[in-house]
Design a protein. Structure first.
Length: 55
């Protein structure tokens, strides 16, 4: 959650409120958070996973 909050430029509390469906969040903040959650920046390293069992 801290990474989403940082990219959306809001507090972790706002991210929590959005993810829990609370009503007390401004539409602009809700949009910023949902946009950051929908587009994760984490890319799995499939090469390491694929080749980690090779001895």
């Amino acid at each position: 959650m801290p990474g989403v909050a940082r990219r959306a430029k809001v507090s972790v509390g706002f991210v929590s409120r959005v993810l829990n469906g609370r009503d007390n969040v401004a539409p602009k903040i809700r949009k910023a958070v949902t946009h950051r959650v929908a587009r994760p920046r984490v890319i799995p390293n499939t090469t390491r996973i694929c080749c980690s069992n090779a001895h």
